[in-house]
Design a protein around this ligand. Structure first.
Ligand SMILES: Nc1nc2cc(Br)ccc2s1
Length: 239
């Protein structure tokens, strides 16, 4: 997967050199390029913003640098993602959708946002999707890019050593995952559920399913409602 990120703070994306994302870049699973939007300005101050038409507080990002920057990468097969408080709520289902894309382009806004004509113009070239992490406002889109890219990269083939862990993790089957334990068997007076040390894999799988159902019912009843139709009689007996 090819990913282009345009930002006025490319160093913000330095964490993408680390850990599994760094490995994904090394293996070629992820071809990631972060570009400074100011490279597409032509004045001595490298200006990327200006006052808003209609007045109001703050500054708006100018369309010209964005137009020239996006011209260098967008093709009809690209998906332009614009982090925004007004965007589609990012979730695991969207992460799976994005992991199937061949080319993601992120436009990281700052200030009061990007001139709307940039998105309108780009929609004549490729698909454009505003994306939100949640109902709160950040200083810019870079943090959203870090989150989206981590969630998507771990879904790319070959990135996670054990792909099976994708099957059991929270939100994988619409449920939160069961609580996990490791050695020692006794820690500060706290033991480990005996079933997990029984070696009976069928019973362990059932216990984990039950725990996932109960944990989801307690902490995220909204998720349980979404997947209720997929539950079988044994699941319903647990609830
Ligand atoms: N939740 C979010 N807040 C913001 C603010 C700016 Br400025 C740009 C993108 C985003 S995504």
């Amino acid at each position: 997967m090819r990913v282009d990120v345009f930002t006025i703070f490319p160093d913000y994306l330095a964490p993408l050199e680390l850990s599994l994302i760094g490995k994904a870049r090394g293996t070629g699973a992820l071809d990631l390029r972060a570009t400074d939007l100011r490279d597409f300005t032509h004045d001595v101050h490298r200006t990327v913003d200006d006052t808003p038409y209609g007045g109001g507080p703050g500054m708006v990002m100018r369309p010209e640098p964005w137009g020239q920057a996006l011209d260098t990468v967008l093709t009809p097969s690209s998906l332009l993602l614009v982090p925004s408080p007004a965007g589609r709520r990012f979730d695991q289902a969207m992460a799976h959708e994005l992991a199937l894309e061949e080319h993601l382009v992120f436009a990281c806004g700052r200030y009061e946002g990007i001139d709307q004509r940039v998105l309108s113009h780009a929609s004549g070239v490729c698909r454009v999707q505003e994306v939100s992490l949640g109902d709160y406002v950040l200083f810019g889109g870079e943090v959203a890019v870090l989150v989206v890219l981590e969630a998507v990269t771990r879904l790319l083939p070959g990135v996670l050593g054990n792909a099976d862990s994708l099957l059991e993790e929270s939100h994988a089957a619409g449920l939160l995952e069961a609580p996990m334990y490791t050695k020692p068997a006794e820690w500060r007076g706290h033991g480990v559920p005996e079933i997990l040390r029984s070696g009976d894999h069928a019973k362990i799988a059932r216990w984990r399913r039950d725990q996932a159902l109960l944990r989801t019912a307690q902490q995220r009843p909204d998720l349980l409602k979404q997947c209720y139709d997929t539950l079988d009689k044994r699941d319903l007996a647990t609830l």
